[in-house]
Design a protein around this ligand. Structure first.
Ligand SMILES: NC(=O)c1ccc[n+]([C@@H]2O[C@H](COP(=O)([O-])OP(=O)(O)OC[C@H]3O[C@@H](n4cnc5c(N)ncnc54)[C@H](O)[C@@H]3O)[C@@H](O)[C@H]2O)c1
Length: 263
């Protein structure tokens, strides 16, 4: 059955490929991006979520079947917190009532394999506590120490969104309303975000050393899109609260096999 799915960050990379994959499967896609798509808006704007929810309600007749919350940046600055965490959480929460009206509502979030990388635990705690002012100040202090330390804005935003997904998934508001919510954690993907990095030999080596991908190497956007398309489909009827690392084996390589508590 045709489903109506919102895709954010749909003008480029993973979002664009996901919108195309869903449409190819017969779904109706509502595209959201900064300046393009059905709804053009800056999702870092605290007012954006309510406006988007109203427009999506008007376009979908009040029933939304799926959301691919994908828009994001990899800036070593608090901008990563503003879109990857706060903008994403606000939008998911604003669309939740429309999702709850669907017979098979699903949310899939583009997190990142950066979830597994070093981060700033204090910042992660501030994000999960929803303390936007203190989180942005902490992120700015990290950014002031240069891009290497500032990268913790990105890795912390992704650790926090991955944890938020697991936190809300089994609750009454999500599981209780039939809303499945999962995350996809891409390793490295050829998109607008990584174009500059992959354009030089030095950048490719840096990326490969930081996140080795023994299984088929760097991904294309369509490989991540295929996983999102399954996660927001009605067929995904039991999986929730999972972060699926689509990372060419980086998770298995870096964390090994002994990752579950024994007692
Ligand atoms: N490319 C990678 O290697 C990689 C790896 C792991 C995770 N990711 C994640 O994938 C997601 C998509 O990134 P991509 O690689 O396709 O990059 P991209 O730059 O090609 O696409 C990102 C899209 O998001 C939009 N966007 C950014 N900020 C926005 C805002 N404030 N409001 C509305 N739209 C906004 C951009 O305009 C752009 O169209 C991001 O969340 C990113 O963190 C990417």
């Amino acid at each position: 059955m045709a489903r109506t799915i919102v895709v954010t960050g749909s003008a480029s990379g993973i979002g664009e490929a996901t919108a195309q994959a869903l449409e190819a499967g017969g779904d109706t896609v509502i595209r959201i991006d900064l300046t393009e798509g059905d709804i053009a808006t800056d999702l870092t704007d605290p007012e954006a979520a309510a406006t988007v929810a109203q427009k999506v309600a008007d376009a979908s007749g009040g029933v939304l079947d799926g959301l691919v919350a994908n828009a994001g940046v990899s800036a070593p600055s608090p901008l990563s917190l503003a879109i990857n965490y706060f903008g994403t959480v606000r939008l998911i929460e604003a669309l939740r009532p429309l999702l709850a009206a669907s017979e098979a509502p699903r949310v899939s979030v583009t997190s990142s394999a950066a979830t597994l990388q070093g981060n700033d635990p204090e910042l992660v705690d501030l994000l999960l506590a929803g303390d936007e002012e203190a989180a942005m100040a902490r992120g700015a202090a990290l950014a002031d120490q240069g891009p290497e330390v500032g990268y913790a804005n990105y890795s912390s935003s992704k650790r926090a969104i991955s944890r938020w997904i697991r936190r809300v998934a089994p609750t009454d508001q999500y599981a209780g309303a039939g809303i499945g919510i999962n995350g996809v954690g891409p390793g490295q993907v050829f998109t607008g975000m990584t174009k500059e990095l992959f354009s030089s030999e030095e950048g490719r080596k840096l990326a490969g050393d930081a996140m080795p991908a023994p299984y088929n190497g760097v991904a294309e956007a369509k490989h991540i899109a295929a996983v999102h398309a399954f996660l927001v489909s009605a067929e995904n009827a039991r999986m929730t609260g999972q972060i699926l690392f689509v990372d060419g084996g980086f998770d298995a390589l870096s964390r090994g096999d002994d990752i579950w508590p024994s007692a």
